[in-house]
Design a protein around this ligand. Structure first.
Ligand code: SAM
Length: 231
């Protein structure tokens, strides 16, 4: 079965609904950004820092990490133009606009490098584990300063395994409990069976093979897991 692409999902009509839906569906959505922000505050020296945002569509990372950290600037890449446009609309007219750029391009085509940190949130799980996911992670690492942190958050679990399926059923109830439409919650859970998720062990192996070290878990909410990894 071909891996699902992000653009196979129907985006909500209104920008505000994308934000609300993400909060309803993603366990610990707000906590993820607070943890990533706190991680970078702990790890980066005070003062200016350039942050690479891979899968920057929608603009959430830039909004959440940029609002209180006025010396951080952001370069985002995302391969899906409507999500890039959504990010640009959210940032336009805010103080973040002067220190953020979001490009509709792949990470391997980004010429800028020497970033102080990177995020890759709910994005690598759309890249198939057929050599592409490893190449994608290597391309991120190649754009970081030596030792710089990557915060990566992905769905994990092998479809069909008991634990994955249990977490998927709980995920549907969690979304409905959070106000999501029941039909949408159930259909999303079906669609996500085809996302290119891998086991947590495989994700750590891929990060290590891409040259990252000190892979450190920082988040788990049902089947969403997050790590810091150092270039
Ligand atoms: C679930 S959204 C997450 C967006 C954002 N990181 C957040 O947490 O709100 C996944 C994003 O990854 C993007 N994406 C998928 N494959 C990608 C790739 N190979 N390179 C860059 N972005 C990609 C999609 O276009 C989409 O905007």
């Amino acid at each position: 079965m071909a891996a699902m692409k992000f653009q196979d999902q129907k985006l909500p009509e209104r920008d505000e609904d994308f934000v609300v839906r993400a909060d309803q569906f993603i366990p610990g959505r707000r906590a993820i950004f607070v943890i990533v922000e706190a991680s970078f505050q702990e790890l980066l020296p005070a003062g200016p820092a350039r942050i690479l945002v891979v899968g920057a569509g929608g603009g959430e990372e830039i909004v959440r990490l940029g609002e209180s950290n006025l010396s951080w600037s952001f370069v985002g890449v995302d391969t899906y133009e409507p999500m890039v446009e959504l990010a640009r609309r959210r940032i336009a007219g805010t103080p973040l606009a002067a220190r953020s750029q979001v490009h509709a391009k792949t990470i391997d085509s980004l010429e800028e490098a020497d970033f102080d940190a990177a995020t890759c949130i709910l994005t690598a799980h759309f890249v198939p584990d057929d050599g592409s996911k490893l190449a994608f992670l290597k391309a991120i690492r190649a754009r970081l300063k030596p030792g710089a942190p990557l915060a990566i958050v992905d769905g994990v679990g092998v479809s069909g395994e008991d634990e994955t399926e249990l977490l998927r059923r709980i995920w549907v109830r969690h979304a409905i409990r959070n106000g999501a439409d029941e039909v949408l919650a159930k259909s999303n859970a079906e669609i996500f069976k085809t996302v290119a998720v891998v086991s947590p062990e495989r994700e750590v192996e891929l990060l290590t093979n891409a040259g990252f070290d000190r892979v450190t878990p920082i988040f788990r909410g049902l089947a969403i897991k997050g790590w810091l990894a150092f270039a």
